[in-house]
Design a protein around this ligand. Structure first.
Ligand code: GLU
Length: 352
């Protein structure tokens, strides 16, 4: 039997309704979860530990490092690791683990739930069972997310850690791949169907942690912006811009209503002189192309990075922090390099 470690961090999967407040709280321990889903022990040999019992909204870089260190320890004696995790920021954690665990040669699957485990409609059981079945029945290695494929309890998908985002606030199939496709489909009986998986060369596992003191910003462009909103980032170490469309910000003074835009441009220019600033798109699908319109070209000229990339804003955010921590001198070159599958230099026709 394959050996799998389950590390619990909390979220809805570990929660139940608190009848005093009526709200859902992270309560279950690792032991409770295993006793709720005894089938897991029939699929793989399980070792389980509680790392935290928290909502993923409260996580930060320190939790990513802690989790990566715990995974590193577990991998010495396991064939794979399942992380139970809150769904709200699961795609950030998945990206962080992908970057931190360089040369990973075993499967790490993040699993969450949209309905707490004490409810009949909970998706926790199927997501956990599918993750265990996938580790048992495949030779996949790397970081993936295992969640429901659709509304029914039939299949789960294994989703790529750096190309996936939570795109629905409540549905059980909330996680969708952006500009790419799922790695595999798996069911509770262990049927695995690979959909899009190119095996990388196996490396030597190395922990490349994120500097916990770093301050990286992520700001979304919108109409009626003020330059002062950006000013705070002068003191940060890096900044991700979530532009509209192809990668735009309100930076052009076109009439007497738009004087603020000139100030916004000057502020971005000031910041790019101090720290790396990377453009992404809030459209999510498609890529940034700052060559098409003149303001975009102005942004390239002042040093805004990210042109032609299809990196999700959240992934770019984690990647920038990781690069600043591990490759400080090469941030500008490496931000545009596909290190973990986060960039498609060619997007398949079906996503264009
Ligand atoms: N906000 C909580 C979290 O992300 C609960 C949501 C969930 O787990 O689905 O941990």
């Amino acid at each position: 039997m394959k050996k799998v470690s389950i590390l619990h961090t909390g979220g809805t999967l570990s929660s139940k309704v608190d009848y005093k407040t009526g709200g859902v709280v992270a309560k279950y321990t690792d032991k409770d979860i295993l006793s709720m889903f005894p089938e897991l022990r029939e699929i793989v040999k399980i070792k389980s530990r509680l790392i935290r019992n928290m909502s993923s909204d409260d996580m930060n870089f320190k939790h990513y490092n802690l989790l990566a260190k715990e995974i590193f320890k577990e991998l010495k004696n396991s064939d794979g690791v399942i992380i139970t995790h809150g769904t709200d920021t699961m795609h950030y954690s998945a990206a962080a683990l992908s970057f931190i665990l360089e040369g990973l040669d075993k499967p790490i699957l993040l699993v969450g739930a949209q309905r707490s485990s004490d409810r009949g409609s909970s998706d926790a059981g199927l997501n956990l069972i599918c993750a265990a079945q996938f580790i048992k029945n495949s030779d996949f290695f790397g970081v993936g997310i295992c969640m429901h494929e659709g509304m029914s309890d039939e299949n789960c998908l294994i989703l790529p850690a750096v190309k996936t985002r939570k795109l629905h606030s409540s549905r059980r199939d909330a996680f969708k791949v952006v500009n790419d496709s799922a790695i595999a489909r798996v069911n509770r009986y262990g049927k695995v169907e690979f959909l899009n998986y190119t095996k990388r060369e196996k490396g030597k596992l190395e922990l490349k942690l994120i500097n916990e003191k770093l301050k990286v910003g992520l700001i979304k462009s919108r109409p009626n912006m003020f330059a002062t909103e950006l000013k705070i980032y002068e003191k940060y170490d890096g900044l991700i811009l979530e532009g509209t469309g192809l990668g735009h910000f309100p930076i052009t003074k076109i009439d007497n209503f738009t004087s603020e835009n000139k100030r916004t441009f000057d502020e971005i220019k000031k910041i790019t002189k101090k720290i790396p600033v990377v453009m992404t798109t809030q459209c999510l699908f498609g890529r940034v192309n700052m060559n098409v319109y003149s303001p975009g070209r102005e942004l390239i000229k002042i040093g805004v990075l990210g042109n032609q990339l299809d990196m999700l804003p959240e992934v770019a955010y984690v990647k920038l922090a990781w690069l600043l921590s591990n490759h400080k001198k090469e941030v500008r070159e490496l931000i545009g390099e596909n290190l973990r599958g986060e960039i498609n230099h060619r997007i398949k026709d079906e996503f264009l």
